[in-house]
Design a protein around this ligand. Sequence first.
Ligand code: GLC
Ligand code: GLC
Length: 816
Amino acid sequence: MRYGYFDDDAREYVVTTPHTPYPWINYLGSEKFFSLVSHQAGGYSFYRDAKMRRLTRYRYNNIPADAGGRYLYVHDEGDVWTPSWLPVKADLDHFEARHGLGYSRITGSRGGLTVDTLFFVPLGEDAEIQRVTVTNDTDAEKTVTLFSFVEFCLWNAQDDQTNYQRNLSIGEVEIEQDGPHGSAIYHRTEYRERRDHYAVFGVNTPADGFDTDRDTFVGQYNGLGEAAVPRSGASANSVASGWYPIGSHSVRLTLAPGESRNLVYTLGYVENPDEEKWADDDHQLINRRRAHDLLGRFATAEQADAAFEALRAHWTSLLSTYSVTSGDEKLDRMVNVWNQYQCMVTFNMSRSASFFETGIGRGMGFRDSNQDLLGFVHLIPERARERIIDIASTQFADGSAYHQYQPLTKRGNNDIGSGFNDDPLWLIAGVAAYVKETGDFSILDEPVPFDNEPGSEVPLFEHLTRSFEFTVENRGPHGLPLIGRADWNDCLNLNCFSTTPGESFQTTENQAGGVAESVFIAAQFVLYGQQYAELAARRGLPDVASRAEGLVEEMRTAVLKDGWDGRWFLRAYDYYGTPVGTDADPEGKIWIEPQGFAVMAGVGVDSGAAEQALDSVGELLATDHGMVLQYPAYTTYQVQLGEVSTYPPGYKENGGIFCHNNPWVIIGETVLGRGDKAFDYYKRITPAYREDISEVHKLEPYVYAQMIAGKEAVRHGEAKNSWLTGTAAWNFVAVSQHLLGVRTDYDGLVVDPQIGPDVPTFTVTRVARGATYEIAVTNSGARGSRGTLVVDGTPIEGNTVPYAPAGSTVRVEVTL
Ligand code: GLC
Ligand code: GLC
């Protein structure tokens, strides 16, 4: 069952009913100011950091769900409704929510009135614009009153939910009825002391009234759905003092038959330098100049429209870097629009703010951010460069890493644990991808500190060396890498042995056993160790390169010898040196991560072990909804394995379909030349292919979710945790670079499609290093066929198209 449809030409998903199985959201903003917006206008806004600088309040875990947003109440001769359906929930004659690239447009009609609101964050602005069009669809004059509503969060989102003894006394606002560009409400809580920022919520017309006190607006013991002021039909002109500051303006409109009127609301963040903080000598009135400038830039609908067009053009240009026309509309819309869009959102958010992540818990993950980079480096290489330097600057001199850093300070912290021994190697993955995309080897010379300590700077390449050496130095009894607290699988905590309820497996004491080893990190070392060796060779360090290659070969041998169970790769050795992920165990016999990663790294391809491992995956892990993480799931708590078995069978890391690792198998299948299998697996988890089962999948059909419940789960096929997941980047890598097979390399563009017979012809347009490659593929789908290439009419050997000068267009014909 569907709850909407893709409008491919507009690059929008159109939700056609408010009654989706879960709020289906979108993100606004791409620089510093961000908003989350659901199809019912729920969500919140923040400046740079969802924890420290939250502008508006949202209630996670609330009933009814999706509580808190920017709402526009309509009072039409006693009939009160909201065009976003929530919060009033009055039936609508028409409802539509269009989620587009960096904007959403929600339209509701009732009683002959249509209200259409376009929400977006303009480029270069720290503000959310709500551009409203109100239309009288009847043939009689209509007089209606609109009441806007936002509820201010007292900046620190965590404190906002915990510190009521203080917070209920500190709320402050300023009200401007006749400002230079209409009416505005200023949220200035804590500005009197150390904050240099305030929020402004304005409308581009003199309002008929205002409210800033929530209890007055909503009415004691009411919910937002029964808000008192919209019902009464007139603002109460309430002034907040402590308690709960809000922003609301009422605007009364008389519309002739068929007439439309526009309004522009602006929710902005303003920061003042210390010496410009105040408008008066007594330090009582905030300096509104910057706010007025902002409101002045959106004083008319035409100004808002121009900013919106600039945003559209920005996305058109971003997405022109990679596109496909394949005849499979689901494939095209995922590759051309939604998968890349989700990659940009993970670039902006990491794992901080979604409808599953509160914006309070996590900052920028070391491993997550490096992997996210694989999905957006082609879109914004300059920002990828900056991101790499930020990440590497938090690394320790011994090569190990903080698990995360905070976006505001860019400093690493141990808040969600430390000692994850896979972390360092992801840096090599990120840097290699960046250099292949850009050819910018100079980044390797960039001076980068350790742990942000001034004076400790060494060239970035040295950081990669430390990453590589960290694994070399931390090997266990079988010559496999020690796992530390965990590897990619945060929940495989082999040195933890926690028996205290509620204790975090990530931060509790970890026993330094020196025995527990990870076959996953071993495979990771083979893959990224090779990439490190290649970078060293290209840097003119043949000795470093050949030593690294030797160590990689050692590891490959160790994996095949002691990391192999007979029909698949083992997962690990535990604290006692006992194998994990072996057929000998009744549960957790086979785990997905080492199978996919080892084959991606080429381990066992010659000996047939790789093929055997992926056949076992197909037999034991694959389901119609994707491949489960391990099988059988654990049915009881396994103290020696850590968090993994805390999840009920079939969920999350305990036998859930953890979508992030499915593309490793997909890529692995392409390494084996089995494109048909790869494409089949791709479709099972890719949201556009799951749109028809939205009632089962539940979450947005346009973005990946982190997890789909596995075959042993009660709700097999149900997704959770959409948007902020490494699934986005890895699936884009899988589909763009391996299924469609177009990827940047050091010396040229590699064209090596492996997608099977379902896509007999397709064209890819790829812009790389300033040149445009038009690649037309005729595909027999035969397994293992590597294709022949004709470049600008001339056949070439191999499958690397040499880079052409910037500005040129290269035509590539591929037959396989
Ligand atoms: C989450 C984390 C990621 C981890 C994965 C598996 O997605 O963000 O870092 O690798 O879970 O545990
Ligand atoms: C990862 C896992 C999650 C776990 C968290 C912290 O993000 O996906 O299941 O709870 O790490 O342990």
